[in-house]
Design a protein around this ligand. Structure first.
Ligand code: GLU
Ligand code: MG
Length: 457
């Protein structure tokens, strides 16, 4: 970051601070997401926001080594010496409607020398979006958010809605909460597309409009903290954990992605299956091939594997299919007449213990590798792969995704494309954090893993 950019940021921050003060905002929460998927924050009073906009606020690099229980993995990132500057992105600055007096902005982490911090997931995702742009391609993305709403104390949580899954009865049970949430998100500029009750007791889901991948990751952070803030005002608790009840249907964090060249969708009007273009197919194939390794980023907690079960709509098999909710990769073409706008692919095997910036980066790196390799997709799969015999699955090349975090971590450690994209520091830190979380739960029962993860992300 050079002197001129710094000065421009400070000037812009000053104008924003005046605007915030006129809206009775006292402080800005600048967030980043750590390697274990937890959103961490530095709050700054509006009076210093101009300086913070240019120079950032101090943050220790040790956060990169944090585990989900706030203990610290033994890795070079855990060095208590040194400091980083967390710099808010003023383009995403927004007053928080459910936290009066607060505004929010996502932050990028820079070194004190003004260089991008090699461990910053948001800057990494930005670089991968730029790499895609160099190939003339833009991506649009959106994260789906699922959560379970509870009444009662966190020690004795009771699902806040017990009417049938997807039932109107559930909307009635959470009616005021849901309306306040939708209004709050609207006031914060979030383009909600859909809200519905999900399968498990107390489980709800919300989807938002697609946007640039880094913006989609920002929106995921904002939506989740808003869901939690609106619930907190009503004495309710929220779990985004992949598994809220061992063996039950958990919370996914599905990612939708589409590609465009010169304003035209690469997911429709092509000569490949279901109207895909050659480029879209190659990109999806690059992702599909690397799913086991990507799970170390996208299903990164020990609890992730309590969710990632066959016949739970979690996408436990490495395969793809048209509108197939049991395939890890679901192709969505949209209705005839709107395909150029709506077609995309959905990665289902991932959850919200993932750092959304690292996940976007990993998916773009995998897809770019597919593009470079001119990769092609195997036969699509129709129906639940769990319904096929093992012999049928192996004949059709359908494999079960890792059944435990350690296998995903090993696949990530061996994946040159992802390691090169993440760089040595981030690769080493990610592996150390994952292995330390595996050790943390080495002797834990599924119930203990669920209890230790339920309120963390
Ligand atoms: N809750 C499911 C999951 O764990 C997803 C249900 C759906 O398809 O939306 O991913
Ligand atoms: Mg869902």
């Amino acid at each position: 970051m050079d002197e001129q950019e710094r000065a421009e940021r400070v000037a812009r921050g000053r104008r924003q601070a005046e605007w915030l003060a006129s809206r009775d905002v006292a402080a800005v929460a600048v967030t980043f997401v750590d390697t274990s998927g937890i959103t961490r924050v530095k709050g700054v009073p509006v009076s210093v926001f101009d300086r913070v906009s240019g120079w950032g606020v101090g943050t220790t690099p040790v956060f990169d080594a944090f585990l989900l229980d706030d203990s610290i993995a033994a890795t070079p990132a855990a060095n208590p010496s040194g400091d980083l500057r967390l710099v808010p992105d003023l383009h995403r600055l927004v007053p928080l409607a459910a936290q009066p007096g607060w505004a929010w902005a996502p932050g990028d982490r820079w070194t004190q020398e003004g260089e991008p911090h090699p461990g910053c997931g948001r800057l990494l995702a930005t670089r991968l979006v730029d790499r895609l742009a160099q190939a003339g391609v833009t991506a649009k993305a959106a994260f789906e958010v699922e959560w379970v709403l509870f009444r009662g104390s966190e020690d004795d949580p009771q699902p806040a809605a017990v009417a049938p899954a997807y039932g109107m009865g559930r909307v009635i049970e959470v009616s005021d909460y849901a309306v306040e949430l939708l209004r709050t998100l609207g006031a914060q500029g979030v383009a909600v597309q859909q809200f519905h009750p999900e399968y498990s007791p107390g489980q709800l889901e919300l989807s938002v409009a697609p946007e640039s991948p880094v913006a989609a990751a920002d929106t995921a952070v904002l939506v989740r903290s808003t869901i939690r803030a609106v619930a907190a005002r009503r004495g309710l608790s929220v779990s985004f954990s992949p598994s809220v009840e061992a063996g039950g249907v958990g919370n996914g964090g599905h990612l939708h992605l589409s590609l465009h060249r010169g304003g035209r969708s690469l997911f429709s009007g092509g000569d490949r299956r279901f109207g895909l273009t050659e480029e879209a197919e190659a990109f999806i194939a690059g992702v599909l091939e690397r799913l086991p390794a990507l799970l170390a980023v996208g299903a990164p907690s020990v609890a992730s594997y309590l969710r990632l079960l066959p016949s739970h709509w979690a996408g436990a098999f490495a395969c793809w299919g048209l509108e197939n909710r049991e395939a890890a990769v679901r192709l969505v073409t949209g209705s005839v007449g709107e395909q150029a706008r709506a077609a995309n692919f959905e990665i289902k095997c991932i959850d919200q213990s993932a750092n959304p910036y690292l996940l976007v980066a990993g998916v773009l790196a995998a897809g770019l590798a597919g593009l470079e390799e001119h990769a092609s997709l195997p036969e699509p799969v129709d129906g639940d792969p769990a319904g096929l015999s093992e012999a049928e699955r192996s004949e059709r090349g359908i494999t079960r995704l890792p059944e435990q975090l350690g296998d995903a971590v090993d696949a990530f450690a061996a994946d040159k494309v992802l390691n090169d994209a993440f760089g040595p520091l981030l690769t080493e830190t990610l592996l150390a954090v994952r292995r330390a979380e595996i050790d943390l739960f080495a002797d834990a029962s599924p119930e203990e893993i669920v209890a230790a993860t339920r309120w963390r992300h």
